[in-house]
Design a binder for this molecule. Structure first.
Ligand SMILES: [Zn+2]
Length: 92
């Protein structure tokens, strides 16, 4: 019996790889939309310890915002997410 050897698939660091990595790294982000090379994220976490205030903590700059949009930009084998204050490179 010939057992076929499946070659170890080399990981592709494409856009969906980084997208999943970001959702893993920043569980408070959720995808809002996307275009050709961009993904747009919203922040879901609410600050509950401050009573009635309905701010969101931005996971990138750790500041509170009413409604901040995070933008993800894919470049070959790397990915950048940025908010109004900070830009972070996500490395594979
Ligand atoms: Zn921010």
């Amino acid at each position: 019996m010939i057992s076929s050897v499946t070659p170890q698939a080399s990981k592709t660091y494409d856009r969906s790889y980084f997208h999943n990595k970001i959702l893993d790294q920043y569980p408070s982000l959720h995808i809002k939309g996307s275009s050709e090379n961009f993904n747009y994220y919203g922040i879901t976490d609410e600050i509950s310890c401050r009573g009635s205030q309905r701010d969101y903590i931005c996971p990138l700059c750790k500041l509170g915002y009413d409604d901040e949009e995070i933008e993800g930009r894919y470049k070959t084998r790397s990915y950048f997410i940025k908010c109004e204050q900070r830009e972070i490179e996500i490395t594979a």
